[in-house]
Design a protein around this ligand. Structure first.
Ligand SMILES: CC(C)(COP(=O)(O)OP(=O)(O)OC[C@H]1O[C@@H](n2cnc3c(N)ncnc32)[C@H](O)[C@@H]1OP(=O)(O)O)[C@@H](O)C(=O)NCCC(=O)NCCS
Length: 182
């Protein structure tokens, strides 16, 4: 069965994208720097994971864990004194997983210049029950043309993730059958 057919079959009522869209803001300080004096990429990745986790929890109505994070792009360095805004929303839902899209913006904390985009990422969260087992999520209901474009793009990424996982598993099985022990 295709992802689309499974989502359409879900008996959980859908939720609009705007119901869980979230922004997390943080001022960067000297505690956040790397050896070059700019903000450490890991600090930004933590904020991205936190914001995406809040969206996944809100959308699914309970706990959700990070299953994967891909295409984390750092477009510009972030500096001490930057006010960073992490915008996150559900792009796509499967049966138990959700793709969360994140945009990272930065502006000087004491200036009125517009914020610029400094990064972006796509994360997959899986909703889990009390025993850590995957549980079904409400289908996301895209509301705007932009939400619909993001839904379609997320489906492409989903297809590629599954194909890549399958291809690597098959290669490993072939090598094991050929006697390689690596
Ligand atoms: C994520 C996790 C719950 C998946 O469990 P699982 O037994 O492999 O479950 P399934 O294979 O049935 O996958 C469940 C869903 O997650 C998706 N998924 C699982 N692993 C994935 C991965 N690496 N990338 C993208 N999606 C993934 C599946 O496609 C499936 O989605 P669907 O139901 O919408 O089709 C499990 O691997 C886990 O608990 N991982 C640790 C998560 C964690 O602790 N994160 C914090 C890191 S410190």
């Amino acid at each position: 069965m295709t992802d689309q057919a499974r989502t359409a079959e879900s008996d959980i009522p859908g939720k609009p994208t705007s119901a869980s869209r979230t922004t997390l803001s943080h001022i960067m300080t000297h505690n956040d720097t790397n050896l070059l004096g700019t903000v450490h990429g890991g600090v930004i990745m933590k904020l991205v994971d936190d914001a995406a986790g809040a969206v996944a929890g809100r959308h699914s109505g309970g706990p959700a864990v990070t299953a994967s994070m891909d295409e984390m792009a750092f477009l510009e360095p972030v500096r001490v004194g930057d006010l960073v805004h992490v915008n996150a929303q559900v792009n796509w839902t499967g049966r138990t997983s959700m793709e969360i899209g994140v945009r990272v913006l930065a502006e000087r904390w004491n200036e009125s210049t517009p914020a610029t985009q400094v990064g972006s990422a796509y994360l997959v969260f899986t909703a889990v029950d009390a025993d850590g087992r995957p549980r079904a999520v409400p289908p996301v209901l895209p509301e705007t043309d932009r939400d619909r474009r993001r839904y379609q793009e997320a489906q492409i990424r989903r297809t590629h993730r599954l194909a890549r996982r399958r291809a690597i598993r098959e290669l490993r099985e072939q090598r094991a059958a050929q006697g390689f022990d690596d």
